[in-house]
Design a protein. Structure first.
Length: 682
């Protein structure tokens, strides 16, 4: 169910809003303003005042709601969800032969998440650690740090990693969360279809079509840690298509260390965009784009800034006998400037196509190819007396990637399917990389599937590996190299074996369990002095990921997840790397989570989530357990007021980084009003 389809339940008693209720709310609002200003310490109360005023107006004109069940989707319906990230074509989640978890639009709404990284915390097969006000470290199956480089992220088909380090800058990635249809998270390699850097996982953020977001929507919210607002409107085009436009703003306040020392990391961000579709809920043609800018609070002498824009077009055609063809192209421009380190400007053009068809009744063939070009330009901004910091040589560089892939899904029997695929991708550093995968899926009974996979994936070199240099300047002496890029740096390699089982035991119970064993070679390392960047770390990681849902009643659903990870990484013979594997990431051995979604009478809902992360080894970060609680009240079918309390159970905790200087994540409260109009009549 999408938010636009929501109507409160009919099997409970609702009381229509009256002038008496309006007067009561007006009085309660005035009292609540004073309490929140005192308890939460909100720096900007104007947003909250707007919420409370709008609440009073809505209440005065509220009407009786229509009828439906508050529960988003039954588990039987969830098993029929179509996913595209595993095979690059729609298939049932129950039949997808991979460790894949889907975050639904309703999951996001009921979590109280205000940013995309916060929404990703819902996935039990991801590690999500908040670094400071705007930065996150996100990975799957280990290697987690702020410049993690083994996770491929797509937003509506657009790859969003930076060529600087093959990772994702999360402060530059945002979407209108109310427009997200689902987020598909694959833990495990996806290189055979998605290419280099899809080593440990793929995150695919998929927004709803313009046809599904008709009418207006507005959100405004504030709390002791953040403030946010957004508007969106969708309508029809004379040409027969649909469109939506949106704008949103977000402000994250300064954090502090565990000693109370302030951290100047306040972050303000604004974004606007549009989407137009022709062809309805399953578009045949899509054009969409975004523009954004942000600024971080830092030293008064200068503030880091970021900005960018993107434009994407996609055309899809359904062919005879179930075949399909689509072509997609996008342009992406990003700018980042830190007055104390360096600035970077990326311009990327990407085009790809894919063609799918059936052959000999039991073969489904998918093949395609693509080309990506990026012009990357950097600029050193600041020199100390003796140290010349981050320098990329050459300062600007043209990069290009070419790829071709093919996949054959063979129905060996009604219950047994074999998928064989491979991708060949080239880059300017190591030439052609061969990325094969073999998957076998067996369904011994309805709603039960056992699957296995063997895959090879690589993390191709980035500019941080080959072009990064750091020098020491002494008076009347030549530059002394401290760090020098590795001109012979090779791709990091992962060979991965996976085994999984997915089942829906009853209409109320479903679960998934996956085992993996990954063998890594040629991982990034440094050899002093100076620190030449090389490939002299190798080893193995293995673990288990499991999650499940239990729909206790029609109005109560429980979800749980658990992941365990064991890493055995070490430096290769001959290496003198003083840091070793700890430079590659800092990972917990265990994570678990439990969520409860409960619908109360009188249009109320309460959501509780508890999550635990075990201690990080190097640098040591203590284990923590926190709880998030959200209470939502549907004022009428078009408006909801909610209060989200996050990071309860302790006065504060650190999620990543040295204990002495890391930002401490403290308990927070966030009040939000969501209002929407009915869809535009067709």
């Amino acid at each position: 169910m999408h938010l636009a389809d929501f109507t409160p339940r009919q099997d409970v008693i609702y009381y229509p809003c009256t002038p008496v209720l309006s007067a009561f709310l007006d009085s309660a609002c005035r009292q609540l303003q004073g309490r929140l200003a005192t308890v939460l310490g909100i720096r900007k109360l104007q947003s909250l005042l707007g919420i409370l005023s709008l609440l009073t107006l809505i209440s005065a004109g509220a009407a009786d709601p229509d009828s439906t069940d508050l529960v988003d989707l039954s588990l039987e319906q969830l098993s029929d969800i179509q996913v595209t990230s595993v095979s690059r074509h729609p298939e049932s989640l129950q039949k997808a032969a991979a460790s894949i978890y889907v975050i639904s639009s309703e999951d996001i709404r009921r979590s109280g998440a205000t940013t995309l990284p916060e929404a990703l915390r819902l996935a039990p097969n991801l590690e999500v650690a908040q670094v400071n006000a705007s930065q996150y470290a996100i990975s799957a199956r280990g290697f987690n740090n702020a410049i993690g480089n083994k996770l491929l992220v797509l937003i509506d088909g657009r790859t969003v990693y930076t060529p600087l380090f093959s990772g994702v800058l999360w402060d530059a990635q945002d979407v209108m969360l109310e427009d997200v249809d689902r987020i598909e998270i694959i833990s495990g390699p996806g290189a055979a279809l998605w290419g280099a850097n899809a080593v440990n996982g793929v995150i695919n953020v998929i927004t709803r079509s313009a046809a599904e977001t008709q009418g207006g929507l507005a959100t405004v919210g504030a709390g002791n840690q953040a403030a946010a607002s957004g508007v969106r409107y969708g309508g029809t085009l004379d040409s027969g298509g649909n469109y939506r436009v949106y704008a949103k703003g977000f402000e994250q306040f300064n954090t502090a260390t565990s000693t109370g020392a302030p951290v100047s990391d306040r972050f303000d961000r604004g974004q606007a965009g549009f989407r137009a579709d022709w062809g309805g809920a399953i578009p045949s043609m899509t054009v969409q784009g975004d523009i954004y800018s942000g600024v971080s609070e830092s030293d008064p002498a200068g503030k880091p800034t970021l900005s960018g824009m993107n434009l994407l077009g996609r055309w899809t055609r359904q062919l005879a006998a179930g075949g399909s063809f689509n072509i997609q192209s996008y342009y992406d421009h990003t700018e980042r400037n830190d007055p104390f380190t360096f600035g970077d400007i990326d311009d990327t053009f990407d085009i790809e196509f894919q063609h799918g068809f059936t052959f000999a009744t039991n073969h489904r063939i998918l093949w395609g190819g693509g080309y990506r070009f990026t012009h990357d330009a950097t600029q050193t901004n600041f020199n100390t007396q003796n140290l010349l910091p981050e320098v990329f040589l050459p300062a600007s560089l043209n990069l290009n990637w070419k790829n071709i892939f093919a996949q054959d899904e063979v129905a060996l029997s009604p219950k047994l399917n074999l998928t064989v695929g491979a991708k060949v991708e080239t880059n300017i550093y190591t030439g052609a990389e061969f990325l094969p995968s073999v998957r076998l899926a067996w369904s011994p009974a309805d709603n039960h599937m056992i699957w296995g996979a063997v895959s090879r994936a690589v993390r191709a070199p980035a500019r941080l590996d080959t072009d990064f240099n750091l020098y020491l300047q002494l008076p009347h002496r030549p530059l002394i190299p401290v760090i020098e890029g590795g001109p012979n740096f090779q791709s990091e390699v992962a060979n991965v074996v996976e085994l999984g089982y997915r089942a829906q035991l009853t209409s109320a119970v479903s679960y998934s369990i996956s085992l993996f064993d990954a063998f890594y070679d040629k991982l990034r390392s440094g050899q002093p002095p100076p620190a030449f960047i090389q490939n002299m770390i190798s080893g193995e990681t293995r673990g288990v990921e499991t999650w499940g849902d239990y729909q206790v009643t029609s109005y109560w659903k429980l979800s749980a997840g658990l992941s365990q990870l064991k890493e055995q990484l070490g430096i290769d013979p001959g290496s003198t790397d003083p840091t070793g594997p700890s430079a590659l990431g800092n990972d917990p051995a265990q994570q678990w989570s439990l969520r409860s979604a409960f619908n109360l009478p009188d249009k109320n809902e309460i959501d509780v989530a508890v999550r635990h992360v075990s201690a990080l080894p190097n640098p040591v970060v203590p284990a923590y357990t926190v709880a998030d609680v959200r209470f939502g009240w549907w004022i009428n079918r078009n408006a909801q007021l909610s209060l989200a309390l996050e990071n309860l159970f302790n006065p504060g905790h650190i999620e990543v980084g040295p204990l002495a200087t890391a930002s401490e994540i403290k308990p927070s409260a966030f009040v939000k009003l969501l209002w929407r109009t009915d869809p535009v009549p067709k």
